[in-house]
Design a protein around this ligand. Structure first.
Ligand code: ACO
Length: 215
């Protein structure tokens, strides 16, 4: 299977590591990176061109798949829209050290980083990021384009809306609903539901401001 990494920053390099780790198990041919602003080579893999060049690549490699590899949730969504318009399928990258429970559903284009745990019956949306050592407990529902940062711990039956970013090392108690386009600060402990577009920080987490609605 021919795979490109869309993005060429630090997050994209971690995804390269995941694909290299998966390569031994799956039949993956890593073609290289795509980036609108960078040229050259990264760790021996070429930057093949810009986003629009993917159309031509799709002609050469009809079964081409792409991993969206940009950390910003909104930019990642724009990239996925472009890939959809080119008819390029998304590739789901799961590091072999991640622990994935039974009946877990992981949306296409999502990346699951090293040592992450996703437990029984959790559902992860499309093009989300479950970062290194994050714990997503049983029955969680994580939205499309969401990002659960390194070392964040979501207890059972937590819901996280589309585009929401849970900061590094944050904790969320069972059953809490975090809305869409929310930012949870690094190290926060969320003990109550959080409304859409909020930024919440601290222990216990309190809303300090609201961001613009995405609509
Ligand atoms: C592999 C990777 O790198 S994945 C990326 C992981 N990234 C993260 O985890 C980033 C998480 N981001 C944060 O925690 C940020 O501080 C944010 C988004 C919560 C806030 O950022 P900004 O909107 O720029 O807010 P700003 O820095 O102006 O802070 C506003 C107030 O909140 C406080 N604050 C900000 N972050 C936190 C936090 N995590 N915990 C407690 N208080 C905080 C600030 O001290 C400030 O307080 P003050 O008004 O009393 O001075």
């Amino acid at each position: 299977m021919d795979v490109i990494i869309v993005g060429a920053g630090g997050h994209a390099r971690v995804i390269l590591d995941i694909l290299l780790a998966m390569k031994n198990i799956n039949n993956i041919n890593i073609l290289g990176f795509i980036d609108d602003n960078k040229e050259g080579e990264i760790l021996g893999y070429k930057i093949l061109g810009k986003l629009d060049d993917i159309k031509a690549l799709k002609e050469i490699y009809p079964n081409l798949k792409a991993v969206p590899a940009i950390g910003d949730n909104k930019i990642r969504k724009n990239i996925v829209q472009k890939l959809d318009s080119f008819g390029v399928e998304l590739f789901t990258a799961v590091h072999p050290s991640a622990v994935i429970g039974g009946n877990v559903k992981i949306g296409e284009g999502t990346v699951v980083m090293p040592m992450a745990v996703i437990n029984n019956s959790a559902k992860i949306g499309r093009a989300a990021i479950i970062n290194s050592s994050a714990v997503v407990e049983h029955d969680n529902v994580i939205g499309d384009f969401a990002h659960i940062s390194p070392g964040a711990h979501l207890a059972g039956t937590v819901r996280v809306g589309d585009f929401t970013h849970v900061g590094t090392g944050a904790n969320v108690i069972p059953g809490v609903k975090i809305g869409k386009n929310v930012t949870i600060g690094a190290g926060a402990t969320v003990i109550k539901d959080i409304e859409d577009n909020a930024v919440a920080v601290g222990v216990p987490a309190k809303v300090i401001k609201f961001k613009e609605d995405l609509e």
